[in-house]
Design a protein around this ligand. Structure first.
Ligand code: AQP
Length: 334
């Protein structure tokens, strides 16, 4: 990343909480690739965030590297963008502490993701789950990100990051850039194949609910064949047909055809033919990504070099902000 260019800064992250899904690709990764030429981009595997839900340490380590490999396999170019692991840049956790002392309990308790996740993980409602938005604010503010690509589910977290930044600037003088949401042009919310009322998630315990970016072709076809639809047989987009509408969204995003074109293409065909066509389109889109991913697997030294260089670059940027913050709050310089 050329720091001297006057391009706007974009930061985005993905949790290594499972194998990234088709939802992660269509809703985030595909857009990230497109942003690289016009912005200075930093992309990280958000491993610090991931431990808000209990993880198997060995699996987390593997998934963290795999997420970075997938970033590269989908087309994020380490020559253009900064790729790193969040835990490799210690300033994230340090800024998060300072920001948490400038965040109100009341603000955090309004976060819907906290309410959702604490219901989902009722046996482990830890303080990290509650303060998650503060760490996310630190991720963004450390790099003076102008823009943060967010889905609607993350808008509330971006707003709190802006509130925290604004409050800090008010008390201590101008320090942080107030980030704006970058609402992506494409990328509707992809829903679960087994429960189309819920979004497709990589940590879904039911593997039939999601398409992993690494699923082999026959698994992809099988999962689409099993996708929950309805008793009707018409391929039509409608709120009372969430399963078929989701498949139409996927087909449209993958082929570039409009929903109307897709409906026309499958008019008179049964669900079986349609599901097979969606499965085949997804599998052929993922094939080159999987090939690149497998090639990267043969070159772990290169992958390590990418995330090591990424972390040292990110750390230098982050340190400028953190040093300024420490000075402003009254810590003694080393
Ligand atoms: N189903 C989805 N459709 C469209 N976009 C999605 N994203 C996630 N799921 C979908 C987008 O992917 C980016 C990275 O997400 P994340 O890993 O930081 O967390 P998440 O949104 O919680 O993703 P998951 O897959 O659902 O993870 P788990 O299972 O751990 O909760 C974000 O930009 C998100 O909008």
């Amino acid at each position: 990343m050329e720091n001297t260019e006057k391009k706007k800064i974009i930061l985005s992250a993905m949790q290594p909480s499972g194998e990234p899904t088709l939802g992660n690709y269509l809703g985030a990764l595909k857009n990230w690739v497109a942003l690289q030429d016009d912005y200075n981009c930093l992309f990280c595997a958000a491993d610090l965030h991931t431990i808000t839900v209990r993880q198997e340490p060995k699996v987390l380590r593997e998934r963290s590297i795999n997420v970075l490999k997938l970033f590269m396999a989908v087309g994020i170019d380490p020559e253009k963008s900064v790729l790193f692991l969040q835990s490799h840049v210690h300033q994230h956790a340090e800024l998060s502490w300072v920001l948490s002392c400038n965040t109100q309990m009341g603000e955090l308790s309004r976060m819907t993701q906290f309410k959702d996740k604490s219901q989902k993980h009722a046996d482990n409602i830890n303080a990290g789950l509650f303060t998650y938005p503060v760490l996310m604010a630190a991720d963004i503010l450390l790099y003076k990100a102008d823009l943060v690509p967010v889905g609607h589910d993350q808008l509330q977290h971006l707003e709190i990051a802006r509130d925290i930044a604004g409050r800090f600037n008010h008390f201590y003088g101008d320090t942080f850039t107030l980030p704006e949401p970058y609402i992506q042009k494409s990328g509707s919310r992809i829903m679960s194949l087994s429960t189309p009322e819920n979004k497709m998630s990589k940590s879904d315990p039911n593997p039939n609910g999601f398409i992993s970016l690494l699923d082999p072709t026959d698994t992809i076809i099988k999962k689409f064949k099993r996708a929950v639809t309805d008793s009707d047989s018409e391929v039509r987009y409608s709120p009372d047909k969430p399963g078929i509408s989701n498949l139409l969204d996927i087909y449209s995003a993958v082929t570039g055809k409009t929903i109307a074109e897709a409906e026309k293409e499958f008019s008179g065909f049964g669900y079986g033919d349609f599901k097979l066509a969606v499965g085949e389109a997804v599998a052929s889109m993922l094939k080159p990504i999987q090939e690149k991913y497998n090639d990267l697997g043969k070159n772990p030294d290169y992958v390590k070099e990418v995330y090591t260089n990424g972390a040292s670059f990110a750390s230098r940027l982050a340190d400028r902000t953190l040093s300024k913050v420490y000075k402003k709050v009254g810590f003694v310089a080393k």
